[in-house]
Ligand binder design. Structure first.
Ligand code: NAD
Ligand code: G6P
Ligand code: MN
Length: 445
């Protein structure tokens, strides 16, 4: 019998919360729960999701105690895990992160380039506050953090909370592997055993094997060279507007791959390798944030309200995808010592031999009760090393700018980003971002 655990989801009002709840419920045999709590600093938003999830829990796993609260002490006391996915400033500020750089002809993206830098400056204090609550009320707990931009947040926690039990994670590699599994006819992306190195949203695979140790790379590369990570055929006219931008991204992997056919790329590299092309093809009046508000947010909240009104979730459309699977699997590995192999964002300390020790890198780790042990990926080629070191410097400058309240360092961070053509444009973007973020950023000097 596995010992029951207690979990608080921080960012209870997130569009991803209900999916994680479904996954937790489906995993009661592998990860049994005593208490499930929601925490958010927006009562009304969290209530929409909580009212539905309370019904889901009552119908499917009534043995789990369910609590939804905006009180940090109630939320963070007596928990084993904090699953964090907050968005400081919400989707309206994400829209600003995307639209302001685009106005200057630069990539407008949630985690990459100036938008990701702006979001990082907002996220750092929000995530650090969650760590403080955890350490005060449940000092033995683990925080599993999805809150973006994960790279910058990870660097901030490395500096500000060096001894904290926080693991920063990303679902993109898992989602790509799931896509690849579908393409090559493997049942489960988890059955791909990989070697990968890089930063969050900035990495490359060097190896993918099946469970018997057979090399899957030649078959995958043949597909990626033609179709990227998209399905074979003219899948570009996907009828779902909601998914069209993601389909573009998966198809674009073809062009990223062509830059280095030795490896398989993370999809986010498109923003660094084709920044002007991506910016030119973006609509500055309707960005991904608008798309998410019009689709995912609207649909999830409508479904939650429907469940609350009907008083049952019997035929709910809420699903637990690989995003939820990954965080629940990670919690299970830490709780029950499974030694599963997962990509995590951790301090390098030699995992990538020729990249600085103090970079926060994304590499495969073995996960057990002791925490995580990064695997050694060895030396990497000049191309990736050069790109990584430039991006590490950007991320370190952002955190330094936050800590020193330094306009100059933030200007350097934006100027150094491979997505930004020159220092004049960097300054113009920064000045607009300062204005837009005045309720969130420290006052810069
Ligand atoms: P969302 O805006 O729907 O939800 C975020 C919630 O966080 C909101 O309910 C908001 O009220 C709450 N919140 C904001 N600031 C808070 C604070 N300081 N304390 C407590 N709660 C706070 O956002 P979403 O689209 O569901 O995404 C949630 C987060 O997960 C984002 O940061 C997103 O980038 C991230 N995410 C990361 C990955 C990854 O790969 N790492 C994958 C998916 C989503
Ligand atoms: C992927 C990335 C996340 C990012 C998300 C954005 O899952 O790994 O880091 O937050 O995509 O998705 P969205 O649908 O909100 O644009
Ligand atoms: Mn991610």
């Amino acid at each position: 019998m596995l010992e029951k655990k207690s979990v608080v989801i921080a960012g209870g009002g997130s569009t991803y919360t209900a999916g994680i709840v479904m996954m937790l419920i489906e995993n009661q045999d592998k990860f049994p729960l005593k208490t499930l709590k929601f925490y958010d600093n927006d009562y009304d938003r969290q209530k929409i999701v909580a009212d539905a999830c309370e019904i889901i829990v009552r119908e499917r796993a009534p043995e789990i105690e369910f609590i939804s609260t905006t009180d940090p002490e109630e939320a963070f006391s007596d928990v084993d895990f904090v699953m964090a996915h907050i968005r400081v400033g919400g989707l309206p500020m994400r829209a600003m992160d995307e639209k302001i750089p685009l106005k200057h002809g630069v990539v407008g993206q949630e985690t990459c380039g100036p938008g990701g830098i702006a979001y990082g400056m907002r996220s750092i204090p929000g995530v650090i506050e969650l760590v403080d609550y955890m350490e005060k009320y449940s000092p033995d707990a683990w925080m599993l953090n999805y809150s973006n931009p994960a790279s910058i947040v990870a660097e901030a926690t490395r500096i500000l909370k060096p001894n904290s039990k926080i693991i920063n994670i990303c679902d993109m590699p898992v989602a790509i592997k799931k896509g690849i599994a579908d393409i090559i006819g493997l049942e489960d992306g988890n059955d791909i055993i990989d070697r990968y190195y890089g930063l969050n949203h900035f990495g490359w695979w060097t190896e993918m094997l099946d469970k018997e140790g057979n090399d899957l790379m030649p078959q995958i590369k043949e597909h990626v060279a033609k179709w990227g990570y998209g399905p074979a055929g003219e899948a570009n006219d996907n009828p779902l507007l909601e998914e069209a931008s993601w389909m573009d991204t998966f198809l674009k992997a073809k062009d990223i791959y062509a830059v280095d056919p030795e490896t398989l790329p993370n999809t986010y590299l498109k923003y660094y390798l084709f920044p002007d092309e991506i910016a030119a093809h973006s609509n500055p009046d309707f960005t991904r944030a608008d798309e998410v508000m019009a689709n995912r947010e609207k649909n999830v909240f409508a479904e939650c309200r429907r469940i609350a009104t009907e008083g049952t979730a019997e035929n709910t459309t809420i699903e637990a995808g690989e995003h939820a699977e990954f965080i629940v699997q990670l919690a299970g590995a830490l709780a029950y010592n499974t030694y599963e192999r997962m990509l995590l964002i951790v301090e390098n300390n030699g995992a990538i031999a020729n990249v600085p020790n103090d970079a926060m890198v994304e590499v495969p780790c073995l996960v057990s009760k002791r925490g995580y042990e990064p695997l050694a990926m060895g030396n990497i080629p000049y191309f990736q090393k050069g790109m990584i070191e430039q991006q590490v410097a950007v991320e370190k400058l952002v955190v330094a700018a936050y800590l020193d309240k330094s306009y100059q360092k933030l200007l350097q961070a934006i100027t150094l980003s491979k997505t930004v053509p020159n220092a004049t444009i960097a300054r113009a973007i920064l000045d607009d971002l300062v204005e837009a973020n005045k309720d969130y950023w420290p006052t810069l000097n």
